[in-house]
Design a protein around this ligand. Structure first.
Ligand code: PGA
Length: 246
């Protein structure tokens, strides 16, 4: 195992007081093989960066445009300007509730890569697709569309939609099998010389993290709810760190 990635997605949560409290409780021995980042809402990126200098910061989205008359948008260049290392692209909540299409997601991926911020591309099937046994087909189509014009510098997060915020988690075997499929698909799309890290997301917590990190094809986690409290996020980080030392 070379590296693990742990990304906290705060979604539309957080405040200056919450960042202060999180940073007071955060105490974790940095492990050079474990990359930790937190994605707060845009307007807290700077405060979080200052409060948690040991962690990277990530954004939850970016614009396809570099600049211009696009009210409310934040460009990938602005994220780089702020020292942001990663940007989440194509989260299922953006696909489902903000009308993001595969084509738009491919454009966002390209915008992030050309600005120099590493995109974390989210893919994952809905419950009905899993029940119909169509999960591989859905995820393969998402990858083909997003990666058609992509460079190799990205992370991928497999987030089954039925596991996000529901307390249901893919079993380690389901996650591992899907990651194996994603790895093969990505290497046929982008070339096998690039080892694209594949993270799992969907109700990851301190209790299930060990079993997920132990899967050979799981290179980290994208964590929503359990990243909001320093104690639970630290416990997940500890579990990743322990796994690296095995
Ligand atoms: P969850 O969210 O950990 O709360 O399920 C994960 C995500 O949406 O990235």
């Amino acid at each position: 195992m070379t590296n693990l990635y742990l990304i906290g997605n705060w979604k539309q949560h957080g405040s200056r007081a919450a960042i202060q409290a999180f940073s007071e409780q955060w105490s974790f021995d940095p492990n050079p093989q474990l990359r930790i980042a937190i994605a707060p809402p845009f307007l807290y990126l700077q405060a979080l960066r200052e409060a948690l200098p040991d962690c990277h910061v990530a954004a939850q989205d970016c614009s396809v445009h570099a600049q211009g008359a696009h009210t409310g948008e934040v460009s990938a260049d602005m994220l780089v300007d702020l020292g942001c290392q990663y940007v989440i692209v194509g989260h299922s909540e953006r696909r489902q509730y903000h009308g993001e299409t595969d084509a738009l997601i491919a454009e966002k991926l390209a915008a992030a890569q050309s600005a120099g911020v590493t995109p974390i591309l989210c893919v994952g099937e809905q419950q009905a697709a899993r029940e119909a046994g169509k999960q591989d087909e859905v995820v393969r189509a998402q990858l083909r569309s997003a990666l058609a014009t992509s460079q190799p510098n990205l992370l991928i997060a497999y987030e089954p939609v039925w596991a996000i915020g529901t307390g249901l988690t893919a079993t380690p075997a389901q996650a591992n099998d899907m990651h194996d499929m994603i790895r093969q698909e990505v290497s046929s799309l982008l070339g096998s010389s690039h080892a694209t890290p594949i993270l799992y997301g969907g109700s990851v917590n301190a209790e299930n993290a060990d079993a997920l990190f132990a899967c050979p094809h799981v290179d980290g986690a994208l964590v929503g709810g359990a990243s909001l409290e320093a104690a639970s996020f630290m416990a997940i980080a500890q579990s990743a760190s322990n796994n690296l030392s095995h």
